[in-house]
Design a protein around this ligand. Structure first.
Ligand code: SAM
Length: 345
């Protein structure tokens, strides 16, 4: 939902928005439903460790998500780990689809997946109420793709998943690609062609220091500027206006409107000032920033018997303390204790 287009209620009856102390309105909740994953992408996992954190049961996620919705959250994205591995996911989606925002609208419900199980699950996900998916795909060349995922046969499986998602109406379909110098940075032009051939939005994401191992360095990040310049050499790109103020991607279209390129540049062009997100980990901790050094144990309070009002108050106070920005690349920068797969990307 577009924050700016929310119905305007008279001041005395307008529900309070969830805001932080920097004046940002928080309306976007990312929920990890598991930190298990069936892929071992080289830039994400070492491949040595598996799940590290417990999972809540579906009813518990639902209660916690409802509390956020009571406070003004309008968009919920389910992620992980790999969310399609989570038993009970369809039940959770059915319940979430029946919720209404403070403004009486259905939630904007999305999911991020590696696509491995999408071929068989796309239709049930749609039927359960999911509106759209983002599929991660880090190469359009099968050999490079499988060198990254470390799963033989994964390229054709994911491609089948993407097509099944489109056929099921899980649209607009977005493809996420994390570019890494020396691994897949030669895929930029191929992805531009793929975006047009498949009529999908391909979003390049700059690699952030959130991996399990120690791969990240400024040199491995492929910056936004380079991606745009390279695509412009082979086809014309038109910059598109952001659909909402909190949009994280710089978006580019093609003159005939078929396909789209988005670039999410948290490293070289940080967008913290427009951040509208908060995260709930698979074990029920609130993270107010991907790079938070602190987590806030919402589930622990729920287990201890806190009422809904007490939990809402806790969420409210926690969000108030959201960090102004991340400090990637600055002296003294510390990686968070959890890596991306255990936070929920
Ligand atoms: N398993 C699902 C998937 O593959 O999309 C959801 C979880 S995954 C952690 C979510 C997204 O985070 C993926 O698009 C992945 O490429 C991205 N990601 C993982 N590690 C990252 C990093 N260090 N920097 C930027 N993006 C990262």
């Amino acid at each position: 939902m577009v924050a700016a287009s929310l119905p305007v209620a008279p001041a005395e009856t307008a529900p309070p928005r969830l805001t932080d102390s920097h004046g940002r309105v928080i309306h976007d909740l990312r929920v990890s439903v598991t930190d298990r994953c069936n892929y071992k992408c080289v830039y994400c996992r070492t491949g040595e460790v598996g799940a590290q954190y417990p999972e809540l049961n579906i009813g518990e996620y639902l209660r916690l998500i409802r509390l956020f919705v009571d406070l003004g959250i309008t968009k919920v994205r389910l992620t992980g780990g790999e969310p399609l591995l989570r038993h009970g996911l369809l039940d959770l989606l059915r319940e979430l689809a029946s919720l209404r925002t403070l403004w009486g609208e259905p939630l904007d419900l999305a999911l991020t997946t590696n696509g491995h199980l999408l071929d068989s699950l796309a239709r049930p996900l749609k039927d359960a109420g999911l509106q759209r998916v983002t599929v991660s795909m880090d190469a359009v060349d099968a050999t490079i793709f499988e060198r990254i995922t470390r799963i033989p046969g994964s390229f054709e499986t994911v491609l089948g998943g993407i097509r099944a998602a489109r056929a099921a109406g899980l649209t607009p379909l977005k493809i996420n690609c994390v570019l890494l110098r020396g691994f897949n940075d030669d895929q930029v032009e191929g992805f531009a062609r793929f975006a047009r051939a498949e009529d999908v939005a391909v979003r390049f994401i700059e690699f952030m220091p959130l991996e399990e191992g120690r791969l990240w360095s400024p040199e491995i990040v492929v910056p936004l500027r380079e991606i745009v310049q390279r695509i412009r050499k082979i086809m014309p790109l038109v910059e598109l206006p952001p659909p909402e103020a909190s949009e994280t991607a710089r978006r580019y279209g093609f003159p005939d409107g078929r396909g789209e390129i988005g670039i999410i540049a948290p490293v070289t062009q940080a967008f913290c000032g427009a951040c509208s997100r908060v995260r709930l980990t698979s074990d029920g901790k609130i993270r107010t920033c991907l790079f938070s050094q602190m987590e806030h144990d919402l589930y622990g309070r729920m287990r201890a018997g806190a009422s809904d009002a007490e939990l809402r108050d806790f969420i409210h106070r926690t969000v108030q303390g959201k960090e102004a920005r991340h400090h990637i690349g600055e002296p003294g920068f510390l990686k968070p204790s959890r890596s991306m797969v255990h936070i929920g990307g």
